[in-house]
Design a binder for this molecule. Structure first.
Ligand code: ZN
Ligand code: MN
Length: 472
């Protein structure tokens, strides 16, 4: 009997606004504990929340990019529960009127496209952080009240590949929108997986378990494999599953029961009396729509149709905003699009890999690279010299023109110079010349190499080849 895995995802994305959702405290990550805290975000009774308008805008941006309907009248609700990282004992969230509903995101796995339904996106505040040390636990409220959007999908996933494809695309969209920095290791992009299994063909969903805050895509894939196998094993042995929240321990490769899963009723949600409803009028919505940037998948389509870039290369060119920005700047500055793409996909990626430079840390002058591409396409420097200078710009931010002068890299296209060198090489290597005339192609390569060596990386290889052929 074959089993089908059914999954839905809840992603919590911390919004990259300067200040928190209901007070003016900074959202900076990694500050000294409890330095970005006021009475409001520390949950003192009597302090009143004031909504940060940017949070609404960011949530709408995400909703529009995910094809959602935007709720015109938004309300906040209190979700009541006790935990030491939540000093007010309730989280301000949205249950009855979430800001975005009925969206979708298209994913692709093994060449097949599929729509994942977005049930809703709601705004809420983050909790503080518990810091465990030896036998004590400390509270850090810097994160308390950092703005979050929670993006909830429909139970549309059937494999870990689909889950990872969705998370990668969602992260790419949020990064391009500039609403979240999506650093899983810093907790600004956290995924909870709701999983159940059923016999293939069944309509009814099985008992689901939820695994929270798994901190890498690879760990998510492992957690899904383990948990689905566990469900199937329990059911095949005639056992019953409990609806519960489980913790994934990636080191041990196992999930553990944390607590029985609460229902919405357990949280005794009710409208927050301290916050007025927020109206999003047509004008505001239109201006947010207007400000949306071109997204990665839209760029990929355009790079193919407008510039004729190979599809595989467009994936690299849009892998991070820093890369697509650089590519577009180079084109804008007059570099040939295909040459700009070759430079980035080839030499630049190679340099970034060998120096372990992260995409988010890429910092290279588009002006200098554009100049270099022109020098190369106009035949002023050879391919070998081009590579040298790209490296020097990448590593030491040198000025391409003076570097080329200093290292005598201007391509020698002077007929007199080249002829002289080639004539000397032919005269001094009679053995190779005879071999070539006897049909040994290799000998030509040898003579070519000798001439190029003599000319340094500045010789024009086409002219050298032509002269050599002529003499032989
Ligand atoms: Zn505060
Ligand atoms: Mn939540």
């Amino acid at each position: 009997m074959s089993w089908e895995i059914v999954m839905g995802l809840e992603v919590h994305a911390e919004l990259s606004t300067q200040s928190k959702i209901f007070c003016g405290c900074s959202t900076e990550f990694g500050a000294e504990p409890n330095t970005h805290v006021c009475l409001g975000c520390a949950g003192f009774p009597g302090s009143l929340p004031v909504l940060n308008k940017a949070v609404v805008e960011y949530a709408v941006r995400a909703g529009l990019a995910l094809n959602c309907d935007i709720t015109k009248i938004n309300r906040f609700d209190r979700k009541n529960y006790f935990y030491p990282d939540l000093p007010s004992a309730y989280q301000i969230s949205q249950l009855f009127a979430p800001i975005c509903r009925n969206g979708s995101l298209e994913i692709e796995t093994n060449g097949e496209k599929k729509q994942i339904g977005i049930h809703q996106i709601h705004m809420e505040q983050d909790a503080g952080k518990l810091v465990h040390e030896a036998r004590i636990t400390m509270m850090d409220f810097n994160r308390s009240s950092t703005p979050l959007i929670e993006i909830v999908t429909r139970p549309d996933f059937r494999s870990s590949d689909e889950v990872i494809a969705y998370l990668e695309k969602l992260r790419e969209i949020l990064l391009y929108l500039d609403v979240c920095d999506c650093k899983m290791q810093e907790g600004s992009f956290r995924a909870d997986v709701n999983l159940s299994v059923r016999k293939a063909g069944d309509e009814k969903l099985g008992v689901r378990t939820e695994m929270k805050n798994i901190n890498s895509f690879k760990a998510i894939a492992r957690a899904i494999e383990y948990e689905s196998a566990r469900h199937i094993e329990v059911l095949e042995e005639g056992g019953t599953l409990v609806q519960e929240t489980r913790r994934w321990d990636d080191d041990r490769g196992q999930s553990y029961s944390m607590r029985e899963k609460e229902n919405a009723l357990d949280y005794r949600y009710f409208p927050d009396p301290d916050l007025l409803p927020i109206a999003i009028d047509d004008e505001w919505l239109a201006s947010i729509k207007e400000s949306l940037p071109e997204l990665a998948h839209q760029k990929r389509e355009r790079y193919i149709s407008e510039y004729g870039i190979a599809p595989a290369d467009t994936v690299i060119l849009t892998g991070h905003k820093n890369i697509s920005n650089l590519f577009e700047q180079l084109v804008e500055k007059g570099a040939k699009a295909t040459e700009a793409a070759n430079l980035i996909v080839g030499e630049l990626m190679y340099l970034m890999n060998t120096t372990s430079t992260l995409l988010e840390d890429l910092d290279i002058s588009a002006d200098k690279l554009a100049t270099l591409i022109s020098l190369f396409t106009e035949g002023k420097i050879s391919r070998a010299a081009y590579k040298d200078v790209v490296k020097a710009v990448f590593v030491d931010d040198v000025c391409p023109e003076s570097y080329i002068d200093e290292h005598k890299l201007v391509m020698v296209s002077d007929t007199n110079v080249i002829d002289k060198v080639v004539e000397a090489i032919v005269a001094n290597n009679p053995k190779a010349v005879t071999e070539y005339k006897e049909g040994k192609e290799k000998a030509f390569g040898f003579l070519m190499g000798q001439a190029m060596k003599e000319l340094g990386s500045a010789g024009n290889p086409d002219m050298v080849r032509a002269k050599l052929k002529e003499l032989l």
